[in-house]
Design a binder for this molecule. Sequence first.
Ligand SMILES: Nc1ncnc2c1ncn2[C@@H]1O[C@H](COP(=O)(O)OP(=O)(O)OP(=O)(O)O)[C@@H](O)[C@H]1O
Ligand SMILES: [Mg+2]
Length: 348
Amino acid sequence: MTTAAEFVAVSRRFGEFTAVDALSLAIREGELTTLLGPSGCGKTTSLRMLAGYLSPTAGTIEIGGKDVTRTPPEKRGLGMVFQSYALFPHLSVADNVGYGLKLRKVSRAERARRVGEALDLVGLGHLGDRRPTKLSGGQQQRVALARAIVIRPRLLLLDEPLSNLDARLRVQMRGEIRRIQAETGLTVVLVTHDQEEALEMSDRMVVMNAGRVMQEGPPDDLFPAPANRFVAEFLGYENFLHVPARGLVTVRPELLRVRGGDGGNGGNGADATGAADGAAVPATVTSLAYRGVELRVLLDAVDATGATVPLIASVRRDTVASEDLPALLPGGRVTVSAAPEHLVPLDA
Ligand SMILES: Nc1ncnc2c1ncn2[C@@H]1O[C@H](COP(=O)(O)OP(=O)(O)OP(=O)(O)O)[C@@H](O)[C@H]1O
Ligand SMILES: [Mg+2]
């Protein structure tokens, strides 16, 4: 796998504050890599350093195997879509898209052809004469995308490109960006703080916190095996408890079993379902939420350290055994267990 770009121990400080802390990361050619993390974790700062709009205070940035740390943005051959689309309001859609080609002195005929192609690719072939101000948010987003890809960049950098769109359009555009990437073979780096977006779109995802990489990998590897509590919480895991011999673990709500009664063993040992090396803890139901076929059971459990921890179990209503039903009420005493293979150990 060829490396398209690389951060080598890159840091960026603003005064005393370190926004990006010794970031080392390889962006693979032809892949879509997402930088995922909470607000302020250094995503935009990293992307701006890759694009050349901001210099690192330490480390080097390589593109195509060459050190470009001191290369200005226009010489890096990248396309970028910013958090705000930054379209020119006084130019038509076609002229916005063709702007970069004009700067590069591409002939008028060639420009018209490539602008047409780029607009067709984003589904706006019919709107070239419009002003961007007369377009919807989603259409403006596509114009910004067309403008970035028309120059045939070596790397396409997208900073929260979907954050201004309504929920339905956002989901639709995820697929569109993936399709465009597949059709063009582009290498894409996408910044987002939406874990669902990252899981759905990425070949590789990089989870960041406080300027550092917490974990990286393909969504299929990362999602079932978050390395630590931060990554787990960010990916939507809600249950955290200490179990004997395993330490801190997490487990998905749909993989918890809830049985009536306290299991008759004080809760810390094996339960009747045979989760010998798993976890079986006593708990009290605090509330229930009905969600169609799914029943969300909120519980207060006592874990191996004796701490009371909130747990959420998602139970399929049609699979609840009749003897367990009476306990599934607020105040009901239950045993919560999980099979050992469903416990994900976390670094403390
Ligand atoms: N020019 C600057 N001067 C001082 N501090 C800055 C500057 N640019 C960014 N920062 C700080 O660096 C940190 C990282 O900022 P950055 O914009 O990279 O975050 P982000 O991950 O993109 O967040 P968001 O999801 O909100 O866009 C923040 O704490 C921010 O306040
Ligand atoms: Mg940002």
